[in-house]
Design a binder for this molecule. Structure first.
Ligand code: DGT
Ligand code: CA
Ligand code: CA
Ligand code: ZN
Length: 562
């Protein structure tokens, strides 16, 4: 993403928030938010092209963006920043506190942070204020506590494991499923939303589970708990006849749902978690498919429900045919105990065969990752072992590969004559994460230009909650990958989730191909591919975009081994 696009989008978003807080018109707030999103996702660099070309950017917004590009801010933003301090904006993240009340508290009592609000409540300074009774104060304190704890989102791997555990723990449910960001396969999840049809006793069953650390709120139809891992789970009981409507509503995203509700309003219909209604008459409620069909559109796969153009596409019947897990014919990035994996080559290959793969690559680390103690000799021995294993697996092509280290100057571990002996070379950044943007960009471009490098592994190198992404001019890297026919990896390991879906989408604009890999270091890690597929789906990828959905001969010719 171009820096200018990101920065301008962030400024517009900030402006939208501040505008809402100071009582600005909701319609205009939405139009700023939409313009920010469109600019962030626009493939062209807005410091070079006319920003008026971006859909949703009218004259007034274009002027603001142009001023921003010239001097890093714009007049209206400066004015609102002066009016509303940073801490006051944090107040609106407290669950029960809207923007207007937050600004009111600041103006009346000088409360400028969640901490200051907690203190004011404890000192009784809110007593007697209109709209702030004892019950409200209690809710605010709870909200502040939640905000403190909810700072962290977890990656989809943690969330999926817990969601599946919750579902398995409630056998009395007639129907049960998770919705929310997890169903949309977001790379990080704030809380888990589970819907169920079943007896009221489900709520008691839920609260009694060993994974429950604290019951946050409990009623006949909804119970929220904090689990021993700290993650919140909401369980909602829904009527069987509105199962589809409830799944639709609670899957979100909120932005997607807002779009659907707008379409309904135009027709005089109403869409809620109970169904799609015309007056008292139910038009659709039982299944999601019915609801989307009644709105005259294709059913939208959850990973696309982010108001990123999917509503328009579904209305035209033009949704992409998304890549699925069963499309994947093999894995192109895996490790064994020759380096930092824990399973043997034989165990990994046997596991791949059980999965019915048409091809499978072993890509242990190369020598420049010194702690792995790799040598050319060990690598060649492994190659021989793999060739012998090939005889036992006539239906699956075994590929001997390596995961190279991209040095700070963009070179890799071995000379060309060694590299050409591998069936596949993945190349990744494993060191010097803090190079400047220019250096990092040159580094990736050089790796792409190396004719022996087929795939760039986990390109941003981020680890969710642990390590930020490296800084690079991704547009330049993606252009180089497309030009050189180098695939970019979607590393499915859920704490990596790398590339993330917004960058996948952008890379695809440049014509890049992708490899969805597990980066397995043990047999069970192979199951993680589903998270990579989720990322690919969020980016709208089809099977053709993903090299490891291709038949063996097409893959081999991509690898120059045809
Ligand atoms: P998260 O939990 O932060 O990862 O993201 P979500 O999308 O799971 O959000 P969450 O848990 O707050 O709500 C689940 C879905 O329920 C959300 O995607 C849309 C729907 N929803 C919840 N509250 C509202 C609301 O106030 N308005 C609208 N339009 N939809 C809501
Ligand atoms: Ca959620
Ligand atoms: Ca929730
Ligand atoms: Zn790696």
């Amino acid at each position: 993403m171009g820096r200018a696009n990101d920065a301008a989008a962030a400024a517009l978003e900030e402006y939208a928030d501040l505008f809402a807080m100071t009582g600005g018109d909701a319609f205009r707030v939405r139009s700023y938010q939409k313009a920010a999103k469109a600019i962030a996702g626009h493939p062209g660099d807005i410091s070079r092209v006319n920003v008026r070309e971006v859909p949703g950017v009218g004259e007034a917004i274009a002027k603001k963006v142009e001023e921003f590009l010239q001097r890093g801010s714009f007049r209206q933003l400066d004015a609102l920043r002066a009016e509303v301090p940073e801490g006051v904006r944090l107040l609106t993240r407290i669950a029960s506190l809207g923007p207007k009340k937050a600004v009111f508290l600041f103006r009346e009592l000088g409360i400028d942070s969640p901490e200051a609000l907690a203190e004011a409540i404890e000192q009784g300074r809110l007593a007697g204020l209109r709209g702030f009774g004892a019950k409200t104060e209690e809710n605010l304190l709870k909200g502040i506590q939640q905000l403190r704890r909810a700072g962290e989102r977890v990656h989809a791997g943690v969330a999926m494991e817990l969601a599946e555990r919750v579902i398995a723990s409630l056998p009395a449910a007639e129907q049960i499923a998770f919705a929310g960001s997890l169903r949309r396969m977001k790379e990080t999840v704030g809380d888990i939303d589970v819907l169920a049809v079943g007896p009221e006793s489900l709520m008691a069953d839920f609260k009694a589970q060993p994974y429950v650390a604290e019951v946050i709120a409990s009623g006949a139809l909804k119970t929220s708990v904090r689990t021993t891992q700290g993650l919140q789970v909401d369980l909602r009981l829904v009527p069987a006849e509105s199962w589809g409507a409830a799944m639709q509503y609670f899957t979100g995203s909120k932005e997607h749902n807002v779009r659907l509700r707008e379409m309904c309003v135009k027709r005089g219909w109403k869409l809620s978690e109970y169904g799609l209604f015309e007056g008292e008459t139910v038009i659709a409620a039982k299944s999601e498919e019915d609801i989307y069909a009644a709105l005259g559109m294709q059913w939208v796969p959850p990973p696309l429900r982010e108001d990123g153009g999917e509503v328009e596409a579904a209305l035209r019947g033009a949704l992409p045919e998304l890549v699925t897990l069963s499309d994947l014919k093999g894995d192109l990035h895996t490790h064994t105990d020759l380096t930092d994996g824990i399973a043997t080559l034989e165990e990994m290959v046997a596991a791949a065969a059980r999965r019915g793969y048409a091809y499978y690559a072993v890509t242990d680390h190369a020598p420049n990752l010194f702690m792995q103690r790799m040598t050319l000799e060990k690598m060649l021995e492994q190659r021989e072992r793999l060739r012998r294993l090939q005889d036992e697996h006539p239906g699956m092509r075994l590929l001997h590969g390596t995961e190279l280290n991209i040095a700070p100057d963009g070179t890799v571990d071995w000379p060309a004559e060694v590299l050409s002996g591998f069936d596949i070379c993945v190349a990744s950044v494993h060191s010097h994460f803090t190079q400047s943007r220019e250096e990092m960009t040159r580094r990736f471009v050089a790796a792409c230009e190396n004719p022996h490098v087929h795939v760039i592994g986990h390109p941003t190198t981020r680890k969710i909650g642990k390590r930020p992404p490296v800084d690079a001019d991704w547009e330049a890297v993606f252009a180089a990958a497309a030009r050189t026919g180098t695939a970019l990896e979607i590393d499915a390991y859920p704490d990596r989730a790398d590339l993330p879906s917004d960058l996948v989408r952008l890379a695809r604009h440049h014509g890049v191909r992708f490899s969805i890999d597990s980066d397995s270091h043990a047999v069970p890690h192979m199951d993680n591919l589903r998270f990579g597929v989720g990322i690919a789906q969020r980016a709208g990828l089809t099977g053709d975009d993903v090299i490891n959905t291709w038949p063996l001969d097409r893959l081999l010719s991509f690898l120059g081994r045809g």
